[in-house]
Design a protein. Structure first.
Length: 347
């Protein structure tokens, strides 16, 4: 199926992966032009050329599904038919809060943060309109958990990083216009580093990685054109941290590769993609999680809607499965290690 689909994408330009790549590469310019620079990455807006709002022959339904790693099957976790509570409109970012048996999910359209019970699928609004006070969310996307402070950090519409208190739902801008010091950053994907107590964020426009102090909002360059050696990542997507080694993994949709970034030096290297690693090549890698126990990362490739395991020692790629309805339109991914599954937030 993967090879057939790749052939069809190559032949039928407007219906396939080449169009996706073209739209992806032009998206930043188009989005910036039409939003007067408020949005730096087309992922910040619904892009119907890449991700149709309504799938052919059906009605769009946002949900959280699980990819079972042991058997390469998917099953519903929370959607309109499973779990009680307010339905998702656009489930985007997702992180597992294992200590509380839940996933925390941002909803882009509802500008809200949800808690999802991992057993029942029940949904509870934690923060958003009518829930919690403080900074108004515009378009919450990627997020990560700061368990020690009982809060999450959310990348909001490429303009600010917002902390949400999980007890009260209160929202506070950590870094953004007029808040914090250091270089100007338009945050896209982020990860919290509990060892160094910092928020790591990518900036799509500057093609760089920054660190943000969660207390002061001070921003500093970690890796980019002026810090660290190695290839620059032209179109950074999701990032995943290995706090034990101080290495950050990043997938890049333009380079079609998995990068490793040494957080101490800023040095960059390609772990898998192109000439690095064996196996079927990436088409459009967008999401990544680090699997500590098996010394690998898991990558969701939006070009083929496949979940791919990458061996960190060799860069070898193994397709675990996908290419079906449950793995399309995936915007967020998180590892639920205790249940040997990956959670996917789908539009």
């Amino acid at each position: 199926m993967r090879k057939l689909r790749g052939f069809v994408c190559t032949v039928i330009l407007l219906g396939g992966c080449l169009f996706d790549d073209l739209a992806d590469s032009l998206g930043d310019t188009i989005c910036t032009a039409f939003t007067f620079g408020l949005v730096s990455d087309c992922d910040s807006l619904p892009d119907t050329s890449i991700y149709p709002a309504v799938p052919p022959g059906g009605v769009a339904e946002s949900e959280v599904v699980a990819f079972l790693l042991g058997v390469s099957l998917t099953e519903p976790v929370s959607d309109a038919d499973r779990g009680d509570g307010t339905d998702f409109e656009w489930a985007y970012g997702i992180v597992v809060d294992g200590a509380n048996g839940r996933a925390l999910v941002t909803d882009r359209d509802r500008a809200s943060l949800f808690a999802v019970d991992l057993v029942t699928g029940n949904r509870t609004v934690v923060s958003g309109p009518g829930h919690g006070s403080g900074t108004t969310l515009i378009g919450p996307g990627p997020l990560d958990l700061d368990a020690a402070r009982n809060r999450v950090y959310v990348s909001d519409f490429g303009r600010a990083v917002v902390a949400i208190d999980l007890a009260s739902g209160g929202r506070t801008t950590v870094a953004g216009p007029g808040v914090g010091s250091g270089p100007v950053v338009e945050p896209n994907w982020l990860a919290f580093d509990p060892v160094a107590d910092r928020i790591l964020v990518t900036d799509f426009d500057t093609k760089a990685l920054f660190a943000i102090n969660p207390v002061t909002g001070a921003r500093s360059l970690v890796s980019g054109a002026t810090r660290g050696g190695g290839p620059i990542f032209p179109a950074p997507r999701q990032i995943a941290l290995d706090p034990a080694t101080g290495v950050l993994y990043l997938v890049d949709s333009a380079e079609k590769a998995l990068f490793a970034i040494d957080l101490a030096t800023g040095d960059r290297s390609i772990v898998s993609g192109g000439a690095a690693g064996a196996g079927a090549p990436f088409e459009n890698p967008r999401l990544v999680v680090h699997d500590t126990a098996l010394m690998r990362v898991l990558v969701m490739d939006a070009g083929f809607d496949d979940l791919i395991a990458v061996d960190l020692a060799t860069g070898a790629r193994t397709v675990l499965g996908g290419d079906g309805p449950a793995t399309t339109d995936t915007w967020g991914m998180a590892l639920d290690a205790s249940r040997d599954r990956v959670l996917l937030a789908r539009k």
